[in-house]
Design a protein around this ligand. Sequence first.
Ligand code: CO
Length: 170
Amino acid sequence: MDDLKILTYPDDFLTTIAKQITNIDGSTQEIIGKMADIMYEAPGVGLAAIQVGIDQSMIIYDVSHPDEDRKLDVLINPKIIEKEGSVLSEKEGCLSVPDYRADVKRATSILVEGVDRDGNPLRFEAHGFPAIVLQHEIDHLNGTLFIDHISALKRRLYKKRVLKELKNRE
Ligand code: CO
């Protein structure tokens, strides 16, 4: 496997719908390892396989406090079964949307299903910050970025800025 790197907006691949993983094998574990390296180095609290150019339904995240021991969570084929409540996720950001933050409306609590890296089925509730991270990462697997949740005007302004910066780099 080639080295992975984070794709950034407006890379078309970020709009890809991830495919269900039917076989968790050594290459899956290798991808998880590489994704974790990238996420911790960035640093970020979550990363979806789509963001590193892999169209598989898999996310990793770590919502432990920076002073605590790190705890990597892996969720394969995640699905949000139920959503409840509404909260403003303030200044949300994304490794694929550099130098930009915006407030996004998210559900307060969610019920999630998926499987862990060993193939064991999982079903759990998440509240608050972990719920926001999960909604953000699972969005990636559906080709959705957090800026798809903000106003069209704000999104256009951000796009304009990115395109201008890309042009200046040429
Ligand atoms: Co993101």
